[in-house]
Design a binder for this molecule. Structure first.
Ligand code: UDP
Ligand code: MG
Length: 304
């Protein structure tokens, strides 16, 4: 059986068209399938539309979360409710085109891979969004030294082994594309041009996207804390140079050269230390979140 996980947050204008297409492409494969839609606490009619569609399509399962927990939590909820041998994750706004479902499935079978990821060659997004997405992927793929991950999103298919491995990760600060690449196994990819969202506004607000990017970077690299170290070491050298300068000028005799050097040294170290505290604070915040060990989501109801 093939299971498709689709997280949805206020997507009522798209639900019907999306499910019709997804069902059509899944049906063309001639395998058993189910579609697990996760309603991530939508405040519009997404849930009732899903339930309406379900009346005539028993293969649709709906996980209704108790509130909006965010994309990564919704995906996790979906993954924990699938029964299939092959599992697909996709966005529900047609940016992960349903017609690629058969391609993903066939590639997985032909290449005997455990995971096939859909990689975005071109993106059709607004200029600024494209810009910061590109910057994130540049940074992320270079710090994780994983080229495979560049330009990969949620869209993928995996088998049970890979699925079970991904669900072993109990971390709260989750970034599933990172985890998916981290687990290894036999990975393959297909390439596609990512279209614009078919309708409506993006549900990942800028704030949510930036928070996700920070989670990804903090949980998959030592880069921020390394940066502190390197800046600190640079600071030490600058400080040493300042000491030598001060001592030498004392002996040469033009000692009270004034406040500018003092002021510069104080403000330099002050700001460096505040930056360090900020970065360390980010780590402490994340450690705190992990230690609290709160549930990632709550299911209000599972319509099986
Ligand atoms: N989504 C979700 N919970 C959220 C935000 C988004 O389940 O809090 C869903 C959304 O409905 C969509 C998918 O996640 O199906 C991707 O969201 P969006 O298109 O806004 O993200 P982007 O295109 O910016 O990656
Ligand atoms: Mg989208």
């Amino acid at each position: 059986m093939i299971s498709v996980v689709i997280p949805l947050y206020n997507e009522n204008v798209l639900v019907d068209r999306l499910l019709t297409e997804v069902f059509m492409h899944l049906g063309s494969l001639g395998e058993l399938f189910e579609v697990v839609c996760v309603d991530d606490g939508s405040s519009d009619s997404t849930l009732s539309r899903l339930l309406e569609f379900k009346k005539n399509n028993k293969q649709l399962k709906v996980v209704s979360l108790s509130r909006n927990f965010g994309l990564q939590a919704a995906l996790t909820a979906g993954l924990e409710h699938v029964k299939g041998e092959y599992i697909i994750m996709m966005d529900g706004d047609f940016q992960d085109p349903p017609e690629l479902i058969p391609v993903l499935y066939k590639t997985l079978r032909e290449k005997k891979a455990d995971i096939v990821t859909a990689i975005r060659e071109q993106r059709n997004e607004k200029f600024t969004k494209k810009l910061y997405i590109n910057i994130f992927h540049k940074i992320f793929s270079s710090i994780t030294e994983d080229k495979q991950i560049a330009n990969a999103g949620n869209f993928c298919i995996m088998n049970r082994n890979a699925h079970d491995a991904i669900l072993k990760f109990a971390e709260r600060n989750r970034y599933l594309p990172g985890i998916r690449s981290f687990i290894g196994f036999k990975q393959a990819s297909i390439f596609y041009d990512r279209p614009e969202r078919l309708e409506g506004e993006a549900k990942m607000s800028r704030k949510k996207l930036f928070a996700l990017a920070a989670d990804a970077i903090y949980s998959f690299s030592k880069w921020p804390i390394k940066l502190c170290l390197y800046l600190g070491i640079t600071g030490v050298f600058v400080f040493l140079a300042a000491i030598i300068y001060t001592v030498v000028s004392k002996f040469i005799g033009f000692a009270p050269t004034g406040w500018s050097s003092t002021f510069l040294a104080i403000s330099f170290f002050g700001s460096v230390q505040l930056t360090f505290l900020g970065i360390i604070g980010e780590y402490i915040y994340r450690i705190f979140k992990e230690v609290q060990n709160r549930p990632i989501y709550f299911v209000k109801e599972f319509y099986e």
